[in-house]
Design a protein around this ligand. Structure first.
Ligand code: FMN
Length: 294
């Protein structure tokens, strides 16, 4: 467990003691008044907070490598409340993309936004599969539509519905019936070559995790949001495609086509590309429903 060390530069300020989520540091008051690393070090998840907060650069974690970005500006000098809020409010789900392909360099830039998203237990287990080009996306679109056709066939078959109810799938049936008109619209649009599933995007980013992730769904959702926000800074737009995540779950064929690493589960899919249109206004949203408990 020698990966974590506190050097003699330590001035006993106690910051590492206060902020470590695994309670690894303690001030040894009885002996030499040093910060000591206790047995909890075995649970260290390399969040890097101790190294990042130490005013003396006295803490070293050799497992974290040397990519500490010491020259990166810590406080963005030109972001105030209004700018930050405006940036967040300007994000839009994009439903019409240009066919323009996105360079691998831009994809890497985009994924820098999700790389620094929080993950449960700092597992950093989100992985990405990037699907590039309409040839591949069209096949996935077709398979998603096939699945929608199958759902419509089933929910209109009284025998199947009866069995589904007995099997406790009442909610699924009711939900599907409620959405039948939307599924039908997607099917008609597919026949007319209008992509209302992936919105004509030239690229999909699939976010998935294996067993290592402590909070797989949340991690992928937060990573997705970071990517969507970051996309705006690169002249790109992105939209979560929940339809495809559902389709992946229910289709062996789609699973085979996207070929995620063994044991991985797809938790999010983003359509990404250059938006065809610019929004001219912000959109309204309801006031937050807040309860203060004092
Ligand atoms: C979990 C989730 C799944 C979504 N799935 C889809 C989808 O399949 N297709 C789509 O066009 N938009 C999808 N959206 C986008 C929402 O419809 C969109 O966020 C909402 O209409 C608000 O618009 P805004 O994102 O521009 O604020 C999804 C959003 C979330 C959070």
């Amino acid at each position: 467990m020698g990966f974590l060390k506190v050097s003699d530069n330590c001035i006993l300020c106690g910051r590492c003691v206060d902020i470590c989520p695994r309670y690894i540091f303690q001030i040894d008051k009885t002996k030499s008044k040093k910060v000591i690393i206790n047995e909890n070090v075995q649970y260290c998840h390399d969040c890097g907070h101790c190294v990042a907060i130490c005013p003396q650069d006295a803490i070293v974690n050799t497992r974290m490598g040397d990519n500490l970005d010491v020259d990166f500006p810590l406080v963005p000098s030109n972001i105030d409340y209004e700018k930050a809020l405006s940036f967040i409010r300007l994000r839009r789900s994009i439903r019409k993309f240009k066919s323009e392909l996105i360079s691998e360099e831009k994809v890497k830039q985009l994924l820098e936004f999700s790389r620094f998203a929080p993950t449960g237990h700092n597992t950093n287990a989100v992985e990405y599969t990037i699907i590039i080009g309409r040839d591949k996306i069209d096949v996935l679109w077709g398979e998603t539509i096939q699945l929608m056709k199958e759902v419509i066939r089933k929910i209109n078959n009284p025998f199947w519905v009866g069995i589904a109810f007995l099997a406790g799938k009442k909610n699924f049936v009711n939900e599907a019936k409620k959405n039948e008109y939307r599924l039908n619209s997607h099917i008609i649009n597919f026949e007319n070559k209008k992509d209302t599933i992936f919105h004509g995007a030239p690229m999909l980013i699939l976010l998935h995790t294996g067993k290592k992730a402590a909070s797989p769904i949340e991690d992928c959702a937060i990573a997705s949001e970071n990517i969507m926000l970051g996309a705006n800074t690169l002249g790109l737009g992105a939209t979560i495609i929940g339809y495809f995540v559902r389709a992946w779950k229910h289709s062996k064929k789609i699973k085979k086509l996207v070929n995620l690493p063994k044991g991985h589960i797809l938790h999010s899919c983003l359509s990404v590309g250059v938006p065809t249109y610019n929004f001219r206004r912000l959109v309204p949203r309801p006031e937050p429903n807040i309860s203060f408990i004092k």
